[in-house]
Design a protein around this ligand. Structure first.
Ligand code: TYM
Length: 345
């Protein structure tokens, strides 16, 4: 089997509170890439359990992320949507990568340091080796491109390091088994658009995140129109009117964040937005932003609610997607076992 040329893989954790950062940084890109790529989108439930999850909530959140994918415009018939734990190759390959990746590489992962915080000794082993499972997700499909927000960049660099080390460590066997110069592709991250790092609405120096205590820091995909408008009205800004060029936003992180969100939601250039709103007060701009956010998100929220009311349909999508994902990943795993000398059927 030769390396595919245009296969996209990406994942979203079912940990609740899907927000505007997930939508603009990842899900909208997932939708666009369907035109030119064979796409595989995964609800990464095995990543979610690196911190304790209530079982009923985990399954509800898995269905909710699936609904968000479909409601945003991902076509589960042309492309693949599934939940990670249904395809055993992910966990199996993650173990193999636990034996390829080096402790030093994982020790450098900033996300582990942020998530484990002061309680490092009490963090699960899974939270530490989380990036190896991510590499397994991607490489079980020999994916060539991975759309993500900026916060995942370091994990994708690690994925390339793992692929490279595997290709080097087993170069002779890879070639002897007819796989040429390297078995795994060096996957390209796709970190694109004006909103690759959406910031908190309360603090322009912190990323918009599912786990931030204040719900006013983010716009959730489940928020209704009034809540969205209220959160935007309350968003922190400064006292100056908007500038008419990007350089006027230097050092004004909260203002820049709102302008970036506006541009991404309206599919417009940053300069174009500032050309229109330069000189405006935030009261005017926030009203326009709230209207735009509601116009864009309300139909998705409504469709998510409709889909979540029929969990049987969502489960059928996930099960069908998993069967198709497994049909790609299982032969890859068999190749890897062959390459490594692990006897297999
Ligand atoms: P997760 O579930 O935290 O986030 C899902 C996607 O949303 C992006 N994102 C953001 N983008 C812009 N601004 C923000 N404030 C923001 N917050 C989140 C993330 O970058 C991500 O693209 N480890 C991954 C899930 C994963 C994965 C993979 C991704 C598991 N296996 C394989 C790609 C390939 C994560 O925790 O994403």
């Amino acid at each position: 089997m030769s390396i595919p040329q245009n296969r996209v893989f990406s994942g979203v954790q079912p940990t609740g509170n899907l927000h505007l950062g997930n939508y603009l940084g990842a899900i909208t890109r997932f939708v666009e890439l369907q035109k030119d790529f064979e796409c595989i989108y995964c609800v990464v439930d095995l990543h979610a359990i690196t911190v304790w999850q209530d079982p009923d909530t985990l399954s509800a959140n898995t269905r909710e992320v699936t609904a968000a994918f479909i409601a945003s415009g991902i076509d589960p018939e042309k492309h693949i949507i599934f939940n990670q734990s249904r395809v055993p190759a992910h966990a199996e390959l993650a173990w193999i990568f636990n034996c390829v990746a080096r402790m030093g590489w994982l020790n450098r992962m900033t996300q582990f340091k942020e998530k484990a915080g002061k309680h490092r000794e009490n963090a699960s082993v899974g939270l530490f080796s989380y990036p190896n499972l991510m590499a397994a997700d991607i490489l079980a499909y020999r994916a060539t491109h991975v759309p993500v927000g900026e916060d995942q960049k370091q994990h994708l660099e690690l994925t390339r390091d793992i692929a490279q080390k595997f290709n080097t460590d087993f170069a002779d066997s890879i070639s002897k088994n007819g796989f040429g110069d390297g078995y795994f592709p060096l996957t390209e991250p796709l970190i694109q658009g004006t909103a690759t790092r959406v910031m908190s609405l309360r603090d322009g120096s912190a990323k918009m995140s599912k786990s931030e205590a204040s719900d006013y820091s983010r716009i959730n995909l489940t928020d209704d129109a009034d809540t969205i408008a209220l959160k935007i009205r309350k968003a922190r800004t400064d006292a100056e009117p908007l500038p008419s060029e990007m350089k006027g936003l230097e050092g004004r992180t909260e203002a820049e964040n709102l302008v970036r969100i506006f541009a991404a939601l309206g599919d417009r250039d940053l300069d174009d937005v500032l050309g229109e709103y330069g000189g405006s007060q935030f009261s005017t701009f926030k009203q326009a932003l709230a209207d735009l956010a509601v116009a864009r998100l309300a139909p998705i929220t409504e469709e998510m609610q409709r889909l979540c009311a029929d969990p049987g349909h969502i489960d059928a999508v996930l099960s069908n997607g998993a069967a198709r994902a497994n049909a790609i990943a299982a032969p890859v795993l068999a190749d890897i076992k062959q390459i490594m000398g692990l006897l297999h059927d």
